[in-house]
Design a binder for this molecule. Structure first.
Ligand SMILES: Cc1ncc(COP(=O)(O)O)c(C=O)c1O
Length: 346
């Protein structure tokens, strides 16, 4: 029996349809550009994000890294949020491997970077300063509660960057969740930016992979960087086949996960001792905090739930994150709420 795994949407297994498509996939050597299934996936990803070309990469981290390295040279500066995944959770790759300097500005609770903060962070022409080359945004914004950033905001932030001859990269690991929540297309959300990465392996259920999309010229550079990073894959069509189903089918059902996240949040806030510390979920993430009177830690609660085959993600001693996805149904939500109630009241 599988556990009810709410730690992340990265835990999703491929669907039976994906496994079948993987077994049947036509393949070739993708480093030679000869894998028909990878080529089809890259073309579909480009079409769905409204960009010229796509590049299949093993992970969201590599997609973001290849993008930053393709936009920036050593010593250039990228503006990003203090809560951004690239700054917090990608092992410092942009600095370690690309020599790219980061300028972090605070994320607002809605995941945005204040426009005046972006303006103020852009360096003036001065021999003492790094050159501000790139602005990075994240949509949905994971650490800010899985919040979606609007088309209007993205356009306004990108306009500032473009006025200063900077490029804009969007970490759209969960871009299709943002699109579903806002009732717009992924292409609408990506239109103002120069490049976008989205992940096939999170709520879209594919086992591996992300796609970086942008202009043909930009992707030519990123393809070389992917090779330098060791991310040139060979018969990767077996993975891309699952990615095709992720895009064609799974991207259409994400509102179901969002509805379950709201259901879960509503259930959990009725349990004494639990509060939502990032508000009611707008996509598939529920961030919880323990009130001061709860005598046990988030880690102890997670251990207790694990005994009932329910996995949740403690962030620290007082906070937890729970993420809904394809393999979480209504019964799993009810069972999880009941398990929290019993952990906190008995
Ligand atoms: C917002 C965001 N960006 C990028 C990534 C990195 O993706 P990966 O784990 O495939 O490297 C994640 C992973 O959870 C993420 O949440």
């Amino acid at each position: 029996m599988f556990p009810i795994d709410l730690r992340s949407d990265t835990v999703t297994h491929p669907t039976p349809e994906m496994r079948e498509a993987m077994a049947r996939a036509s393949v070739g050597d993708d480093v030679y550009g000869e894998d028909p299934t990878v080529n089809a996936l890259e073309a579909l990803a480009a079409e769905m994000t409204g960009k010229e070309t796509g590049l299949f990469v093993p992970s969201g981290t590599m997609g973001n890294l290849a993008a930053v390295l393709a936009h920036c040279g050593r010593g250039d500066e990228v503006i990003l949020g203090t809560q951004s995944h690239t700054f917090l959770h990608e092992a410092g790759g942009i600095s370690a491997l690309g020599g790219v300097h980061s300028c972090q500005i605070p994320n607002q609770p809605d995941g945005t970077l204040a426009l005046e903060d972006i303006r103020a962070a852009i360096r003036t022409e001065d021999i003492h300063h790094p050159v501000t080359r790139l602005l990075c945004l994240e949509n949905t914004h994971n650490d800010c509660g899985g919040v979606p950033l609007s088309v209007e905001y993205t356009r306004a932030a990108a306009e500032i960057a473009h006025q200063h001859k900077m490029a804009v990269h969007l970490d759209g690991a969960r871009l299709f969740n943002a699109a579903a929540a806002l009732g717009v297309s992924a292409a609408d959300l990506a239109a103002p930016v120069d490049s976008v990465t989205f992940c096939l392996s999170k709520g879209l259920c594919a086992p591996v992979g992300s796609v970086l999309c942008g202009s043909a010229e930009f992707i030519r550079g990123a393809r070389r960087i992917r090779k330098q990073l060791g991310g040139g894959m060979r018969q990767a069509g077996v993975l891309a086949a699952a990615g095709m189903i992720a895009l064609e089918k799974m991207s259409l059902r994400l509102e179901e996960d969002h509805r379950r996240a709201r259901l879960l949040a509503e259930g959990l806030v009725s349990v004494p001792g639990l509060v939502l510390n990032k508000g009611m979920p707008l996509t598939n993430m529920v961030y919880l905090a323990l009130t001061d009177d709860v005598p046990i830690s988030a880690f102890a609660i997670a251990d207790r739930l694990e005994k009932e085959s329910i996995l949740v993600g403690p962030l620290d001693a007082r906070r937890l994150r729970l993420v809904t996805h394809y393999w979480i149904d209504d019964a799993a939500i009810q069972k999880t709420v009941a398990a929290f109630r019993s952990a906190l009241t008995s």
